[in-house]
Design a protein around this ligand. Structure first.
Ligand code: CAO
Length: 550
């Protein structure tokens, strides 16, 4: 065993660069060329690899420190290492055969012509990326019409050992892409065609950022300097370094996103920029908590979780089992999904099922529809249900309430939401002041709101302020289900398809039209007896609608 000092190698033009990530800790076993720290200048970030393998004995730097060539980073206990540490630059630079080691040059260089230019177009090609051959394109970072700057990353390629971003040799507007996802490329392969103002002639040498080995200036999102050897998930300890491209990791760092808590949606579980953005949105919407938030959250407070400490989501390569197609979730699905998830996890739901005899009500509804045939008004069962729910909410005020910390906010208004199924997902428009409206007016507003919902034209005002919601699957089918409460409401009524049921009237069975009711309620606010009474009362009103007047 020998103690080896690992120092900052020759990192080119970079001086006094700040350490923005420490990727190992004392006691870690590391392999040669494993990334130790990430440093960042005003132009780019880069990872500094280890010159040796071994066990980290002592770390000599911390976050925020500034380093230069030759600075001591850490001491390693290394089996078989020479007692005297090799020269810092040479020892820390990966060998030519190293996984992520094309040319060990850190500073941008001028390469021979790597692009051919037409009148005002330039074909940007893959520059010298060292040992990499037939690497797969795993990310397209620009699209036709985009304006790109010199050195801006255009695509990400990945071999079985490492990934790197290919920068643009010119500034201009992307005319067309010459590659698509999954293509394999080599040095000289065309990447895209740029329209360039005053482009150079075809033979002119084109400055390209030299591909560099780790330590490599890692492409920064705004001013990337070079294609970079990025995190190597296959060789690096996978628990320590999530699989993501350098610019995605930088993006995550800027937003403070803990990458190790994300599930990548890219090939081989790679974390994409969209994954990071989606995670941030989910956290902001309250649907997801970071581990840090969960650790801080008081377990008992309303609206916060205690950190569920769940198993990781199963990562399955579905294509292994048969043909698949990937389809992005709609915006509404993403938003409603996050809300439903939070509500399901945070609210202790219980669902009571009951039945209402709507034989007379349905006969009345049909008669009303006949009577109003010419006016175009359609008296729907849901409109009657909204009116009946208002009566039940008046009788049981704790159902028309919201939890606010240790207080219950009891509402004196009656705004009723109804779930509407649209091609883009579920929305819940709200009928305002349903207590002050007749069934015909409610039915008219419902049909207007449902049409707006289907056309994606609901305004936020159309969907806010609800006190209680109804989800009707009556026109579709089913018997009973467990609707999820629409927080901060405390109850929701689910309704399924009515059916004829033989009911004993004391002397004979009578066919009665029966409506299945499913009431989900928040057990922090409502108890089972109250829920049973609410359902029974609702059933009584639906059986004899004159009770609404009482
Ligand atoms: N039992 C039997 N039939 C019923 C019924 C019931 N409970 N409710 C409605 N119907 C029938 C109606 O009689 C009508 O039949 P006709 O076309 O022959 O007249 C048909 O179903 C459509 O009903 P409707 O015009 O009254 O519409 P609706 O009020 O039932 O539905 C709306 C409107 C917007 C709620 C509905 O389009 C919708 O989106 N439903 C799905 C809601 C949903 O997805 N809920 C689940 C959320 S939880 O994940």
């Amino acid at each position: 065993m020998a103690l080896v000092q690992v120092k900052v190698p020759d990192i080119g033009d970079f001086k006094d660069v700040a350490i923005i990530e420490v990727l190992v800790k004392e006691g870690d076993t590391i392999r040669p060329e494993q990334s130790l720290i990430t440093v960042e200048s005003d132009k780019a970030s880069m990872e500094i690899p280890s010159s040796h393998g071994g066990v980290v004995k002592s770390l000599k730097v911390k976050l925020g420190d500034k380093v230069n060539i030759g600075d001591l980073l850490l001491e390693l206990e290394s089996a078989g290492a020479p007692a005297a540490a090799p020269a810092p630059t040479a020892s820390a630079a990966p060998s030519a055969s190293a996984a992520a080691a094309p040319t060990p040059v850190a500073a941008p260089a001028t390469a021979p012509a790597a692009a051919s230019a037409g009148n005002s177009t330039v074909t940007v090609v893959v520059p010298d990326i060292g040992d990499f051959k037939d690497v797969a394109v795993i990310e397209l970072l620009v699209k036709p019409g985009d304006t790109v700057a010199v050195d801006q990353s255009l695509i990400t390629v990945e071999s079985d050992k490492a990934s790197m971003e290919i920068p643009s040799s010119h500034a201009g507007v992307v005319q067309s892409l010459s590659v698509k996802l999954g293509d394999t490329v080599n040095i000289g392969s065309p990447v895209l065609v740029l329209t360039v103002a005053g482009a150079a002639s075809a033979a002119a040498p084109v400055p390209v950022a030299a591909p560099v080995a780790a330590p490599a200036p890692v492409a920064a999102s705004a001013t990337p300097a070079t294609p970079a050897a990025a995190h190597n998930p296959t060789a690096a300890p996978s628990a320590a370094l999530p699989h993501a491209s350098p610019s995605v990791r930088k993006f995550a760092r800027e937003l403070g996103v803990p990458l190790d808590e994300l599930k990548g949606s890219g090939p081989k579980g790679r974390i994409t920029q969209d994954d990071v953005a989606g995670f941030v949105k989910a956290v902001m919407a309250g649907g997801v908590q970071t581990k840090a938030q969960a650790a801080k959250a008081p377990a008992a407070s309303a609206g916060s979780g205690a950190g569920l400490n769940l198993l990781a989501w199963p990562q399955v390569d579905f294509a292994k089992f048969g043909a698949v197609e990937r389809k992005p979730l709609s915006r509404i699905k993403k938003i409603s999904g996050a809300n439903l998830h939070r509500n399901w996890v945070v609210i202790p739901h219980v669902t009571n099922h009951d039945e209402a005899d709507i034989t007379e009500l349905e006969a009345f509804r049909v008669a009303m529809n006949k009577e109003h045939e010419k006016s175009g008004t359609k008296f729907t069962m849901l409109a009657f249900l909204i009116k009946a729910s208002v009566a039940a909410l008046k009788k049981f005020p704790e159902f028309n309430a919201s939890l606010d910390g240790d207080e219950l906010v009891l509402k004196k208004y009656f705004h009723i939401g109804f779930a509407a199924d649209t091609p883009n997902g579920l929305v819940v428009p709200v009928i305002k002041d349903a207590d002050q409206k007749g069934v015909a007016q409610i039915a008219k507003e419902m049909s207007e709101l449902a049409a707006k919902a289907r056309d994606g034209k609901l305004s936020p005002a159309d969907m806010t302020g609800g006190c209680f919601s109804i989800s009707s699957l009556g026109g579709i089918g089913g018997t009973y289900f467990t609707p999820i409460i629409n927080a901060p409401e405390v109850a929701i009524l689910g309704v399924c398809k009515s059916f004829i049921k033989p009911v004993w009237n004391g002397s004979a069975f009578e066919p009665r039209l029966t409506l299945p009711l499913s009431l989900s309620w928040d057990h922090r606010v409502i108890d089972g007896a109250a829920a049973a009474r609410f359902n029974a009362y609702l059933g009584a009103i639906l059986a004899d609608f004159r009770r609404v007047l009482l």
